[in-house]
Design a protein. Sequence first.
Length: 256
Amino acid sequence: MNFVPDCGKPGPMSRSRATPSTRETRRVGFTKKTLPFIVKASRQKRGDWIEKNRAEYLSEVVEPLQSIARHLKKSLAKSAPGYHFPLRGIGRLKRSADSAARYDAAFRDYLSYSARRPSESRFDHNPSLFLLVYPSDEDGDEVLLAGGLYMPSSRQLKSIRLSIATDSKPFERLFKSPAFSARFPHGFSDERKSKRPPRGFDPNHPKIEWLKNQGYFVWRSYRKREYLSPRFGDLLVRDSTQILRLNDLLDRAIAG
């Protein structure tokens, strides 16, 4: 991943009985035209381009993302209490006027969606689920799912580090569990890490590499055949379920 944003299975059904409308209803995920549309939009300089291509924008970008959001909200309701899964106002590509001038493009080259518990403080962000569609990613991670805390506040960062320094076993057990390690085998991402041990912590601590993290999150990307599958929503639910286990540990660490 190389990107920093502008801040249960359905019952069996035989193929012979499935009608076109039934197959459409069951699809939860992106279409073959979603990513190409985002790329095409990102090259436009006129802000009215989306309106001129509104039918395609809705069918290839907005509606697929809405289907994913609805599926996540319904499937994760019990395991993500208090999480807000936005259903309206999602799928926007248009840049702000300042951003459009800076990038010389009227529309973003990415699509994102996030779900989290509302924060009581404007300085803190709660652990989240984050879906990113970035066709131009240099590493080829066009579609990815992340979770945890990418940019914790200084207060949250200190609390998580103290929790790990005191007892890292809860995180160790999570990362070693078969269900989690199968989806996120590398544990915490080292994408945001200090070069030196943080002040006030033992540089010889067995988990010093974790303590040097400036963000506590995991992520995985999806192959084209995965994110174009009509069952992509189920795959996201499976992976999000594991991320929620991490988010719960981070919530506890922050609470002290």
